[in-house]
Design a binder for this molecule. Structure first.
Ligand SMILES: NC(=O)c1ccc[n+]([C@@H]2O[C@H](COP(=O)([O-])OP(=O)(O)OC[C@H]3O[C@@H](n4cnc5c(N)ncnc54)[C@H](OP(=O)(O)O)[C@@H]3O)[C@@H](O)[C@H]2O)c1
Length: 268
């Protein structure tokens, strides 16, 4: 039996915690460090992760995930830079910080192998997206290990770094937009008279089913699927007309643009 890959997570909050759980599900030996011991204990209890600290992770782990906010990333990198510089064995740093470029990461960490990833929280349920760009000295083996560790998360896809922030406005911020849509569907159904518990159950299943229809009819545009359910002078086209009156399409496009621009600002 091959030895489990040691994967360390420095920062185990909303996103780091999800990916630590994913790595544990894939069979990795997961080391978790966070200022907040409660988060680490939860990961230890639920997924068998080992409570650790940044220094141990930096000196021992094959893959070192940085799960802290971009605003405190420089501090977290300063804590481990010296330790990484001393290492003689192979390791790779994986940053999930939104908007922080590979060049900025290298400036903070020195010339070490780095992969930049953009995950989203649906990774927690195996239906997430992880986009990644590799830094110059990250090897094919580093990428293979990352993909093996993150396989239970969902889709993992390589992207040119200049497109990563565009992708992340969709996959990282997109879940919030979809939750808003589901919430609105629920309120709309309650307004027509459905009990809220039924409204939630049916709204979620409707979005899930519609997303699966898009996924399983890859060559068919969503606009065609929409047209297929709009019978002439029927009830659906009436609702579609109202959504167009309220500029749903334009609003979503503007939201993506605003999220992308803010991601660029945060990365400066
Ligand atoms: N949330 C998302 O949907 C999402 C999506 C894509 C990418 N990301 C990226 O994921 C990263 C984490 O975001 P998040 O939402 O998970 O943040 P979060 O929930 O605030 O988690 C970050 C955790 O790291 C801890 N921490 C900070 N500095 C540390 C250090 N030096 N050593 C150990 N622990 C430390 C924080 O503790 P204290 O707060 O006590 O300092 C906190 O518990 C960010 O870079 C973000 O851009 C997030």
């Amino acid at each position: 039996m091959t030895e489990a890959v040691k994967a360390g997570f420095i920062g185990c909050g909303n996103m780091g915690g999800v990916l630590a759980a994913v790595a544990a599900k894939s069979g990795g030996a997961v080391y978790a460090a966070d200022h907040n011991a409660f988060k680490v204990n939860n990961l230890a209890e639920a997924f068998g992760c080992t409570a650790s600290d940044a220094a141990q992770i930096a000196s021992e782990c094959r893959m070192i995930f940085l799960g802290v906010k971009p605003q405190v990333l420089d501090k977290a990198c300063a804590e481990i830079k010296g330790i990484l510089a001393e290492r003689k064995d192979r390791f790779c740093v994986v940053s999930m910080a939104a908007g922080v470029k590979l060049s900025a990461l290298s400036a903070m960490l020195g010339d070490v192998p780095i992969i930049r990833i953009m995950p989203n929280t649906p990774c927690a349920v195996g239906a997430g997206v992880i986009l990644y760009s590799r830094g110059g000295s990250a090897s094919d083996e580093d990428v293979t290990i990352l993909m093996d560790l993150m396989r239970p998360a969902g889709i993992i896809s390589e992207m040119e770094e200049k497109k990563l922030d565009m992708g992340s406005a969709l996959t990282g911020c997109g879940p919030a937009f979809v939750y808003m849509f589901i919430d609105a569907l629920i309120d709309g159904a309650v307004r027509t008279g459905l009990p809220r518990t039924d409204a939630k159950r049916f709204a979620v299943q409707t979005v899930l089913g519609s997303a699966l229809m898009c996924a399983q009819n890859g060559s068919v545009e969503p606009s065609k699927l929409k047209a297929d359910v709009c019978s002439p002078a029927g009830s659906t086209i009436e609702g579609v007309a109202v959504l167009e009156d309220y500029s749903l399409h334009a609003a979503v496009m503007e939201a993506l643009k605003a999220s992308y621009e803010r991601t660029l600002e945060l990365g400066k």
